[in-house]
Design a protein around this ligand. Sequence first.
Ligand SMILES: Nc1nc2c(c(=O)[nH]1)N[C@H]1C(S)=C(S)[C@@H](COP(=O)(O)O)O[C@H]1N2
Ligand SMILES: [Mo]
Length: 531
Amino acid sequence: MVTTVEPETQTPTPSAPARGTRWAALTGLIGGAAGLAVAELVAAVIAPLGAPLTAAGQWVISVLPAPLINFGKDTLGTADKPILVALVAVVVLALAALAGVAEYRRVATGLIVFAVLTAVGLFTVSTQPDVAWNAYLPTVLGLGLGYLVLWLLVGRLRYWRPAHPPAGDRATEAWGTAYDRRSFLRTTGILGVLSAVGLVAGRMLAAGASAAATARSNIRLPRPTSTQTVPGGADLRIPGISPYVSANDDFYRIDTALQVPNVDPASWQLTVTGMVENPITLTFDQLLAKPMIEHVATLTCVSNEVGGNLAGNAVWLGWPIRELLAQAKPKPGADMVLSRSVDGFTAGTPLSALTDDNRQALLAVGMNGEPLPAEHGFPVRMVVPGLYGYVSATKWVTNLKVTTFADDQGYWTPLGWSARGPVKLASRIDTPSGSVKAGTVAVGGVAWDQHVGIAKVEVQVDGGAWNTAKLAAVTGPDTWRQWTWAWPATPGKHTLTVRATNADGELQTAAEAPPAPDGATGYHTVDVTVR
Ligand SMILES: Nc1nc2c(c(=O)[nH]1)N[C@H]1C(S)=C(S)[C@@H](COP(=O)(O)O)O[C@H]1N2
Ligand SMILES: [Mo]
């Protein structure tokens, strides 16, 4: 008789390792979710372009063949992007689950999977246009932290269900089963819930950014009831002079907010409150239905140094603010409108500048034929010709409070800037710079005094006589004006100086003043070497 115990000892130990593997996959899943959550949240705060899921989705779109993309658009409509992002997330989470299993079987192997995921994430981020270095941080921080979560959970799992073959660490065997189980489940539960909530929150923030972008691309701007045609002679076509109309992408930007606000036009509202007889609430659709005018106006920043480039000219499309205020009916005694942005920025504008029939102060929705770019105030901003931006040009505007200068202050006033900021007469030399060849050299630039207009520009060489420049055409007094003068340049070092006279006959002051508190003055000069 042969008895044997073989069958019993050979019986694979109950499904412990198998179940351990399933738990390990869960820890990987949670690590992945935690990683994506942190990456998306960090991106939302410091660098929207660094959101790895969005970046990966964009990259997939860029490599997919066009027919497939169109098929996706046709069958899924606007849901195609969220579905694509969800697919990417599923792939990442599946790989993270594998990383959990690998880590459970052998310490640090999960790290390899996470490192590969990080590398792919960084690559897709890098394929986006205009990425700054900080766009790489979210992926690195997120997936680094995600691996830590996985490592922590797998460690607890090993105490509870040692891997098969056993991981071999003594500590694993030293702990009691009940305690380990509870410890693992509790930590897993807490981190799982945190990761899931974080991931949903991070995606909502990221989706907000893309929802505003989608809404923007779906807007059909109304036809203006009155247009302004840019005269052919507005551009002198001299290389180096700022174009008469600045391209949206080149237009200067001044923001107090760290992040460009994402405003969904569907939920945007403008309220008119304060000292008015009829408080008003206006939706974006209601605004688009108003008779809109097109107006070309140059925006300048009070912080601009003499010769600086914080100025730009655009064709704005909008509804005159005076018409909105006429409906609201300001009460006697009011002398200021405090406009407020979703980001908390405020500007205090003289009421008279906004109600003036002769000044085209706009609630603008369009810039150079497009809906306002997000950076320039989408969906609605103010533009008031003749006033510096800090007291008039509120982007992402949502409230106009009719009030008084005695009672209210705009954002910059308590920080040392004047409560009132009319633009100062200025002129700038754009070309030449550096060194040029002897002979006739086209000197040129722009001059501005919005709402008054430029009547004359003069150029001086080395402190000599003032030479009258040729002026380009303009749409009106609210824009800058190109100018040029043909300089008979002789070899040597020379200094060019420019000055302008406005349409009221006032000569630009030579007295030098810094930007604070109400705008720089003085003549712009450039040093040129003639060979
Ligand atoms: N919400 C908001 N609006 C704002 C600002 C801002 O920081 N936040 N800056 C103002 C200033 S100082 C200027 S000069 C102009 C600049 O407009 P731009 O960024 O479109 O050139 O916007 C004005 N409107
Ligand atoms: Mo400004």
